[in-house]
Design a protein around this ligand. Structure first.
Ligand SMILES: Cc1cc2nc3c(=O)[nH]c(=O)nc-3n(C[C@H](O)[C@H](O)[C@H](O)COP(=O)(O)OP(=O)(O)OC[C@H]3O[C@@H](n4cnc5c(N)ncnc54)[C@H](O)[C@@H]3O)c2cc1C
Length: 360
């Protein structure tokens, strides 16, 4: 404080508005430009105030004020979009054409197959992904097909992949791909607009569906319960751990307490701002849901289908209405929370949720 005038400081704002109230999503976007912001595993902390009034950290944070209409305008040339699914050109069931990718993929391996295809066709030179396994997730710059395949599989904690963006810049990559949760896609879209950090080098974004990620304490929980000895984890209702055809499961309620507070105010379970969004089908676990959102995403997906990289099939109408209902309910819940005040979009969109029921 200087006299009675509060000195505006970006790092201080990041701490008081985002980190202290527990709203940090662990995306990693604020790490790497500023010597005062550090990550400890999947926790982010500001070790010193910077005194800067116009810093990047706050500007690109997905939990700082986020005007969806402005971002949509920049990405799609219009702020109009489906209030539940976001802007999209098509929704399909999809799976990787290559059986070896399907085997390592979380579901149909579409993210891995499309990332490798984007690499091999020169759209990206590397992608920020999550390496290792679900018990020891590690942000990773994957720059070969083998490295991308090694990153396959979901790790359900935050994995601050965007923390490696500056390292990718230092390595000289001009076209950087992002694979990330919805908050990471939002941050990546904000980063694209910041020349000072070379955000324009983000050239393709594959977003994951995400109804919530787990806190770093979850990693201790699985270690204590020795679930870290398993190879794969999945959350289709119950929580499953799998290894060599062995499977064990626990009830979802046992891990509910580990959901990050920040995820409770997430309005975007389908990575609306990505070029392509990919999730499960919650029905057939050998397939993914693929949402095509941008022209760039559409070209890549069309080429991938033409070259046998992925197979697609029609989305069953009854499954689509279930997805719509789940996303509608999540968004409506979030809009009712006082701590979701960072969200900005038209009154029309807000009214849609306030005046409709789950079958809208
Ligand atoms: C925290 C979390 C929550 C999710 N919740 C849902 C959900 O509620 N409903 C749903 O339908 N789908 C959810 N998903 C997405 C789903 O688990 C699959 O990632 C998605 O369907 C893609 O499947 P795939 O077979 O194409 O993946 P793969 O081909 O195996 O590729 C997965 C990719 O995801 C990356 N990745 C893994 N973990 C993370 C992470 N923590 N952060 C960023 N990138 C990561 C890997 O690097 C890899 O590139 C969630 C994913 C995560 C990480």
């Amino acid at each position: 404080m200087r006299g009675c005038i509060k000195v505006y400081n970006t790092a201080e704002k990041l701490v008081s508005e985002i980190i202290k109230p527990g709203l940090c999503s662990g995306c990693g976007a604020c790490i790497g430009y500023c010597p005062y912001i550090k990550s400890y595993g999947e926790r982010v902390g500001v070790v010193h105030d910077c005194g800067k009034s116009e810093g990047t950290c706050y500007k690109i944070c997905p939990r700082a004020v986020t005007n969806y209409d402005d971002l949509r305008e920049v990405i799609y040339g219009s702020s109009e979009s489906d209030p539940v699914f976001g802007h999209f050109e098509g929704i399909y069931y999809a799976r990787a054409g290559d059986e070896s990718i399907r085997r390592v993929g979380q579901y149909g391996g579409v993210v891995t197959a499309l990332s490798i295809f984007a690499l091999e066709t020169g759209i990206i030179e590397c992608a920020l992904m999550t390496g290792s396994n679900f018990a020891r997730p590690k942000p990773f710059i994957a720059a070969s097909a083998g490295e991308m395949q090694a990153c396959a599989g979901s790790k359900y904690t935050a994995s601050p992949n965007l923390s490696l963006f500056q390292e990718a810049i230092k390595k000289g990559y001009q076209n950087i791909g992002i694979v990330g949760r919805p908050c990471q896609c939002t941050a990546a879209r904000k980063m694209q607009q910041v020349e000072a950090i070379k955000g324009e080098r983000i050239s393709f974004i594959i977003g994951l569906f995400c109804m919530g990620s787990l806190s770093p304490e979850f990693l201790k929980f699985i270690k204590d319960r020795r679930f870290d000895e398993y190879e794969k984890m999945d959350i289709p209702g119950d929580v499953k751990f799998l290894k060599d055809h062995q499977e064990t499961s626990i009830q979802y309620d046992e891990i509910r307490e580990y959901i990050r507070d920040s995820c409770q105010i997430c309005y975007d379970p389908l990575s609306e701002l990505a070029d392509l969004s990919v999730g499960s089908t919650e029905y057939d676990y050998g397939w993914n849901t693929l949402i095509i959102r941008t022209a760039k995403g559409s070209h890549l997906a069309e080429d991938a289908v033409a070259n046998g990289i992925i197979e697609i099939k029609e989305y069953p109408a009854e499954r689509l209405s279930l997805l719509r209902k789940a996303v509608f309910n999540k968004k409506k819940r979030v809009l009712g929370r006082p701590d979701a005040s960072y969200l900005e979009f038209s009154d029309k969109e807000r009214l849609y949720f306030l005046t409709n029921g789950g079958d809208a």
